[in-house]
Design a protein around this ligand. Structure first.
Ligand SMILES: [Mg+2]
Length: 239
């Protein structure tokens, strides 16, 4: 049975969901290895290879420096998806706990969270380690988000605390949250992955993230937030 609203927690993916870019691909471009990296990322997001088989390999090929994370943070906040800020504001006004669960890198993902007024404690991503000169020295080895099942584990932990959850994302790893018990809203406003369109409880292909709201809220919540016209506009712009 698909979990139904009201949801106490809404979990958002970052890359190609809150932002229009894939952070790892941006870092690869910066370091001139984008061709190889983009193919590995795409294969993982399609589900052709498990994420743990490419996570460390991609970072070893890129070797991002500490200062690159600041650059990526700026890229992320310049490329927020239409409606992202309004979506978070509306969910928080309805007293939802909004979390970001991302296989991306913690520092830049945390900057996205800050730009959207999501508390730092609600950010789940992968922390890198650097040498004294700012050079790449690996990632924190026990990060659940560097392996298959990581998003599912974090989602399951949130459901244990809050009772239920909905998740919004574009990639195969986001489907782990559905398996963990969340209602899965596939977001295709940036990238459409056929497996996600096929398996998600709902698939939204509008350019604005506001179009996911009707699938996250009860009719009463939509009315409480005074959203009828906003939701209507998001639907209209997606038509
Ligand atoms: Mg994504």
């Amino acid at each position: 049975v698909t979990p139904q609203p009201p949801f106490r927690v809404v979990i958002l993916d970052c890359d190609s969901t809150l932002t229009r870019i894939e952070g790892i691909d941006e870092l690869a471009r910066l370091h001139g290895v984008e061709g190889e990296i983009a193919e590995l990322t795409a294969a993982a997001m399609r589900g052709d290879v498990p994420i743990e088989s490419i996570y460390g390999r991609r970072l070893e090929m890129i070797r991002p420096r500490r200062k690159d994370l600041e650059w990526l943070a700026s890229r992320y906040t310049e490329t927020l998806v239409e409606g992202a800020s309004d979506l978070v504001r509306i969910l928080q006004a309805l007293r939802k706990n909004v979390h970001i669960v991302s296989g991306g890198l913690l520092h830049p993902v945390a900057k996205v969270a800050a730009a959207l007024s999501i508390p730092a404690a609600n950010v789940h991503a992968v922390n890198l380690v650097f040498g004294d000169d700012g050079s790449y020295a690996g990632f924190v080895a026990d990060s659940p988000l560097t392996r298959s099942g990581g998003k599912g584990d974090i989602c399951a932990a949130l459901i244990r605390v809050y009772g239920n959850a909905a998740a919004v994302g574009d990639g195969i790893t986001d489907l782990e949250m559905q398996a963990a018990g969340a209602r899965m809203i596939g977001f295709g406003g940036v990238a459409v992955r056929p497996i996600v369109r096929q398996r998600a409880d709902v698939f939204v292909e509008a350019p604005s993230l506001l179009a996911v709201l009707p699938h996250l809220l009860t009719a009463g919540e939509i009315a409480e937030a005074g959203l009828d016209s906003t939701v209507q506009r998001a639907h209209t712009s997606s038509a």
